[in-house]
Design a protein around this ligand. Structure first.
Ligand SMILES: *[C@@H]1O[C@H](CO)[C@@H](O)[C@H](O)[C@H]1NC(C)=O
Ligand SMILES: *[C@@H]1O[C@H](CO)[C@@H](O)[C@H](O)[C@H]1NC(C)=O
Ligand SMILES: *[C@@H]1O[C@H](CO)[C@@H](O)[C@H](O)[C@H]1NC(C)=O
Ligand SMILES: *[C@@H]1O[C@H](CO)[C@@H](O)[C@H](O)[C@H]1NC(C)=O
Length: 551
């Protein structure tokens, strides 16, 4: 085989015993590929409102089926509950403090010109062909002019002037789909209303809910279609060149658009309000809650996300929640079609050599605590859905048996996905690059296993944007600490201010009782503070109870 794929099974392979290595070699001889392919499915603003996560109102049979083939990570955090920074962390395996991508500026490559992202590293090490379709990275973190594909190799910009420190061989952005007839010979329509042929003429904030009859030019339909075409194309050459295909869907991000029938199906049962539990149904103006009990340092203006849309306040809360679920049901079918292509339209050997990851970039408040949207340090914003299906050919190797269909409650971080992929593919991490994450393979093999003491999410304070809130999640608790942001992006622990401590094990309490000053929780508080550690330590952002990935 002419690829470089035979060479790089260095460190991970060395870790295996000689006996396992012999089995692995025999296995590789029968499978035509020396390494594995990756199908990475991203969903914008998808919280764990899936049947596989125990949500009985959800209509997500295809994602549920996919997740039943692998491991469901029930307690995964995003690095920041906002798309750009969360995705930058995912792709680089580093927390937001390490990427310094806390918003859209400075751009990712300005801070980290030589950082190897996961697809970039696989391109270099194992000759994977890296292709992105739809929303993978946020364009605003990579290009100031908004026209170019994020981190595409060979693109003539200062941000990636070489073909080494870049991520993708090919990247088809949603914008490109709207400008070129790539979707069954048609262009995609951004807001996808049946009667708006030209998306440019439609104001994005004209409606928060758009029910449409013909979705064949809906962005997510087109992203799914082009994703399927790319999958077939890449699979045809996979024995020559393995692939890393990322397909990023844009719903259920606002506005909530999709087939009328999906919205109807959530309306047929008028008693089904799909609202949060009563104890967290409150108004954003509940000052006692926001200033004394919980806070996340005073009430956020998170609802601004909804308020941009004309007529948003003409809907009942339950209409809005149903619309989120309907939009999710639509995306679910696009994911089902993609998996069906993988199951039925490509060579079985290639399929057996392909791993699948499903991931949402941040959580979402659907009226709980009076909040709508993301951008908080609370559970419903920080927690993301994730599942991993290992390549069947990999799991067939002795020692790689995974607990298929298992659910893990262990705290995990989105930054763990980069090392997990390398672990399964048997690829060394890039040298001289630090990681904030660790491989999740031990959890795939034993769902009771823990790979980290706590997961970390962060978000800036609403009251004072000079303060960053660090949100540490263990299996039962969350501690949020706000610390002052210095101009170097280093946080001064001596300025720690306004802490919150929640105990999820307390029935009904969720995040309504702040235990930070409760003497009964003094030990927990001390343990959680110890987990956060000392931010004056230069390696602080890589700690958090996790040994450095390549130690
Ligand atoms: C939906 O739109 C596509 C593309 O514009 C068109 O080819 C198709 O006939 C439409 N289907 C229906 C049922 O109107
Ligand atoms: C197939 O893979 C080989 C080996 O990497 C590569 O040279 C060739 O361009 C690929 N063909 C296609 C159609 O992508
Ligand atoms: C693919 O994997 C399945 C299940 O592990 C196995 O039964 C089948 O023989 C494999 N097919 C090929 C072509 O390797
Ligand atoms: C799974 O992990 C748990 C927790 O670490 C451990 O107690 C148990 O023995 C492990 N099970 C197996 C089969 O290794």
């Amino acid at each position: 085989m002419a690829t470089r794929a035979n060479a790089p099974r260095r460190r991970w392979a060395v870790r295996a015993t000689a006996a396992l290595a012999a089995v692995a070699l025999a296995e590789l001889a029968t499978c035509a590929q020396a390494t594995y392919n990756v199908l990475f499915i991203l969903v914008d603003d998808l919280k764990p409102t899936l049947g596989a996560f125990g949500d009985e109102e959800a209509k997500t049979p295809y994602m549920d089926d996919l997740l039943s083939r692998g491991t469901v990570f029930q307690s995964m955090s995003c690095s920041m509950a906002i798309c750009g920074p969360s995705r930058a962390s995912l792709i680089s395996g580093r927390h937001a403090d390490a990427t310094q991508t806390w918003a859209f500026q400075p751009t990712f490559r300005k801070v980290s010109p030589e950082l190897m992202t996961l697809p970039g590293h696989l391109r270099q090490e194992t000759n994977h062909r890296a292709v992105g379709v739809g929303k993978i990275l946020d364009n605003r973190n990579f290009n100031t002019d908004g026209e170019l594909a994020p981190d595409l190799c060979g693109q003539d910009t200062w941000e990636n002037a070489d073909n080494v420190h870049c991520s993708w061989d090919e990247y088809i952005t949603p914008k490109q789909m709207r400008q070129e007839p790539l979707c069954n010979g048609k262009t995609a329509l951004r807001w996808a209303a049946d009667d708006y042929e030209d998306w440019d003429q439609y104001d994005q904030f004209e409606a928060i809910i758009l029910e449409i009859d013909n979705v064949t030019r809906h962005e997510d339909y087109c992203i799914g279609l082009i994703g399927r075409e790319k999958l077939v194309e890449l699979a045809a050459n996979a024995t020559e060149q393995p692939f890393f295909l990322a397909v990023g869907f844009v719903k259920p991000h606002l506005p909530w658009t999709g087939p009328r029938a999906d919205f109807e199906s959530f309306r047929t049962d008028p008693d089904s309000t799909i609202l949060p539990p009563p104890e967290i149904q409150m108004d954003l103006d509940d000052n006692i809650f926001w200033t004394e009990q919980s806070s996340s340092w005073t009430k956020p203006s998170s609802n601004a996300e909804l308020e941009k849309y004309e007529g948003w306040d003409t809907y009942d809360a339950s209409d809005l929640v149903r619309a989120y679920y309907a939009s999710t049901a639509f995306v679910d079918r696009q994911i089902g079609a993609l998996i069906s292509t993988l199951d039925n339209e490509i060579d079985e050997t290639v399929r057996n050599n392909t791993m699948i990851i499903l991931w949402g970039d941040n959580g979402y408040h659907l009226g709980d605590f009076g909040l709508w949207g993301k951008k908080t340090n609370l559970e419903n914003s920080a927690r993301v859905p994730c599942g991993i299906v290992a390549p069947p050919a990999w799991t067939a190797i002795s020692g790689n048996e995974v607990q298929v269909g298992a659910h893990s409650d262990s705290p995990t971080d989105s930054v763990d996905l980069y090392p997990t992929v390398l672990d399964i593919l048997g690829v060394d991490p890039p040298s001289d690059q630090t990681f904030s994450g660790t491989s999740l393979v031990p959890i795939m093999k034993n769902s009771s296993a823990q790979v980290r003491a706590a997961a970390l999410s962060e978000y800036v304070s609403y009251e004072n944007s000079n303060f960053m809130g660090y949100s540490i999640r263990t299996q039962s608790y969350r501690l949020i600490v706000y610390m002052k942001l210095s101009n170097k992006g280093v946080f001064d622990y001596s300025t720690a201010k306004k802490m919150e401590l929640y105990h999820y094990g307390e029935p009904g309490a969720f995040e309504t009782i702040n235990r930070i000053d409760d003497d009964n929780y003094a030990d927990v508080k001390a343990e959680m503070l110890a987990l956060i550690g000392d931010p004056s330590d230069p390696d602080w952002t890589h700690l958090l109870g996790v040994a450095p990935f390549d130690a």
